[in-house]
Design a protein. Sequence first.
Length: 103
Amino acid sequence: MDWRSFLRDEIAVQAYEISLHADDERLAEQLTVAEVEAALTGCEVLEDYPKDPRGHSCLALGFTPEGRPVHVVCGRNSLGHLVWITVYVPAMPKWRNARTRNR
């Protein structure tokens, strides 16, 4: 699946939903919906999870217009549209930098 195109297209037509968990995390990180949309519009896919038991998903990295890194775990709902599963700013101790897990 071409996640980048899918994410960009779904954001362009506002065909997505935000899970309660993702919205709570977004608010905790003090990110606006517009910032997350911008991050997803120009994102790169760091990890693809085709065998996730909850359905095919991915981890996307994008940047807000101010350059703040944002991770969004994305999936598809039963209608095939984008779902934001979780949203967070990558940081220690889990992330060494925006692209590298701290193992």
